[in-house]
Design a protein around this ligand. Sequence first.
Ligand SMILES: NC(=O)c1ccc[n+]([C@@H]2O[C@H](COP(=O)([O-])OP(=O)(O)OC[C@H]3O[C@@H](n4cnc5c(N)ncnc54)[C@H](O)[C@@H]3O)[C@@H](O)[C@H]2O)c1
Length: 424
Amino acid sequence: MNATAPIACDVKDMALAESGKRRIEWAAQSMPVLATIRKQFIKTQPLAGMRVAACLHVTTETANLMITLRDGGASIALCASNPLSTQDDVAAALVREYGIATFAIKGESNDVYYSHLNSALDSAPQITMDDGADVVTLLHTKRKDLLPKVIGGTEETTTGVIRLRAMAKEGILGYPIVAVNDALTKHLFDNRYGTGQSTLDGIIRATNVLLAGLNVVVAGYGWCGRGVAMRARGMGANVIVTEIDPTKAIEAIMDGFRVMTMHEAAPIGDVFVTVTGNKNVIARDHFEKLKSGAILSNSGHFNCEIDLETLGSMASSRREARPFVEEFAIRDGRKVYVLGEGRLINLAAAEGHPASVMDMSFANQALSAEFMVKNHATLEKKVYSVPEELDKQVAKMKLESMGVQIDRLTPEQEEYLASWSEGT
Ligand SMILES: NC(=O)c1ccc[n+]([C@@H]2O[C@H](COP(=O)([O-])OP(=O)(O)OC[C@H]3O[C@@H](n4cnc5c(N)ncnc54)[C@H](O)[C@@H]3O)[C@@H](O)[C@H]2O)c1
């Protein structure tokens, strides 16, 4: 569609729209579940008249979600959920080819990032769709005037859900939010296989290092860390895991990885990946022990997992070694390399998660938005999990799209599983 009315936007270059459209169509081919939901949405218009402010990584997959919401009747204002994660061709295509208001430029400053969040909020949304809870936070601080209009929201990622639960606990969350990340069809696949593959893709695209034989240190053995560790091993790396949770540490050991503290890992690691959702996981004490040539990267949501301010203070000079690779020359003569400004490396230097995995995450987003519109009146100002039946529905649709059949319980088996008296 070529929009006739001017669409509010701030994107890098409209001339990129055509290539963005082709890449959006390419991703669509691997998103059959979302395509099915889109067809239903066109018929049922569950979001008719709804204004949605979406703050997501502006990628080809997100574009397909935005098109689905638009076709379900919503009017959308989209901004980026990270200053480095926007694909500029996609942003241009969303505006020119699909008529969706978009405010996102790859490499935008922090100030521009927040001005884009504000532009999305200027649409006075009834629904928010966040990835990291920056829009929700802004709504509860500087844009409080808009809060009464919001009926509900959704949140994509672990870090956002943690922030929202903290707000709900303090009793300040202003409206109900569905934690899309909690759906099994989201975190089991997106966080694990999506982050696993795309993080290594980002590291490799940025550096072109051969991972085989290197010591790759993965900080955090949660859903994302498991994926990164598994895929790094697949590339021939010797994987070391650091953790703070004893159970996760045992799991990593039994999965066959070496587990140690970051202090022990710092002098032997070649490539470091933080995926903890925590701050200063690699800090001064660790920087002091790093080998010269060590590569530091992060795939957790915020750029605070590596203490870059301190690393900067330890350096006599800094320069770009290659795109997305910054060299810190430490005063004692060592060189340390930081990828993608310590921001999500899979989105900074690569393209984020593959479409086939975002198909399930964004199916959950679309169905959760529909759920919110239908049920907001009876929901409390709390964080809700994706209803189990929606999660299962997404899994069934994905299996169907794969042409895979699975067994069904026989009536006898159902009875057996429901009974406590039968033990033999
Ligand atoms: N790169 C991406 O595209 C992408 C995708 C999904 C999630 N995320 C983000 O990645 C981060 C991790 O998400 P997740 O779903 O794996 O969370 P998770 O809660 O499953 O795992 C985090 C793990 O980090 C561990 N941890 C916390 N502090 C630590 C420390 N100081 N040292 C070592 N380990 C520590 C925790 O014990 C936990 O096991 C979050 O910020 C999330 O928002 C990024």
